[in-house]
Design a protein around this ligand. Structure first.
Ligand SMILES: NC(=O)c1ccc[n+]([C@@H]2O[C@H](COP(=O)([O-])OP(=O)(O)OC[C@H]3O[C@@H](n4cnc5c(N)ncnc54)[C@H](OP(=O)(O)O)[C@@H]3O)[C@@H](O)[C@H]2O)c1
Length: 194
């Protein structure tokens, strides 16, 4: 949050991509108050819906909006042993953490490449250390019993490998991944309750 506020205070413009109008508007108001700026824009996009992300990317690109830094933060850990599907029939963890990140990032590369010193940061997780990449079961159909934590870890491993591949493919852009530290957030409640 402090990093984003600093960027706005020093003249940056922020585009927030959120799925919930209510929570997005709350975050927008918070950022406006903390930064004293109106250079903050809210876009309602569900990161588990490929079509919605593609539409957002097309609109963003056609508006000619510049982009210097893309931060992929949205992520889910589906609790328990129930494999859930999105409205498009995709497994939710994979759709959000891997496919959504890929569609957004690859779609915005041409915009980033027009900027000076462009950067992409993908928030992954130390949880990836318990999983090797498994390309044979990207949507967790072969797990004898669905395990939300293992699915999360696999998608976080996928993010790190995807990032290394982007770095090779798009040398004009600087790519990084990070583990943000463990924090007691809504997304992690399941782990803490175990
Ligand atoms: N907390 C930790 O200990 C920890 C450790 C390692 C890595 N991480 C990573 O840090 C990142 C942030 O997680 P967090 O811990 O801060 O959890 P969080 O508070 O639950 O934040 C996750 C964010 O992702 C958004 N999101 C989830 N699904 C989405 C979708 N389909 N479309 C758009 N936005 C969506 C959520 O929006 P809503 O408000 O609408 O739910 C929420 O704002 C994640 O990538 C997570 O994997 C966290």
């Amino acid at each position: 949050m402090e990093f984003v506020v600093f960027q706005i205070k020093t003249g940056g413009t922020v585009h927030m991509v959120c799925r919930s109008k209510e929570r997005g508007e709350e975050a927008l108001k918070d950022l406006q108050e903390k930064s004293g700026s109106s250079n903050i824009h809210l876009h309602l996009v569900d990161m588990s819906r490929p079509k919605a992300i593609k539409e957002f990317v097309e609109k963003f690109r056609s508006n000619g909006t510049p982009l210097n830094v893309l931060i992929n933060n949205a992520g889910v850990l589906m609790s328990g042993d129930k494999r859930t599907l999105t409205e498009d029939g995709l497994e939710t963890t994979f759709a959000t953490n891997s496919l959504g990140v890929h569609i957004l990032t690859s779609g915005l590369i041409p915009v980033l490449e027009n900027s000076e010193d462009p950067r992409v940061i993908i928030i992954t997780s130390g949880g990836m250390l318990v999983q090797k990449l498994d390309l044979s079961d990207l949507q967790f159909e072969k797990m004898t019993k669905f395990d939300g934590t293992m699915a999360y870890s696999q998608t976080k491993r996928q993010e790190v490998i995807m990032t290394a591949m982007y770095a090779k493919q798009y040398p004009k852009v600087h790519f990084s991944t990070c583990h943000p530290g463990w924090a007691d957030t809504a997304g992690m409640i399941y782990i803490n309750n175990e």
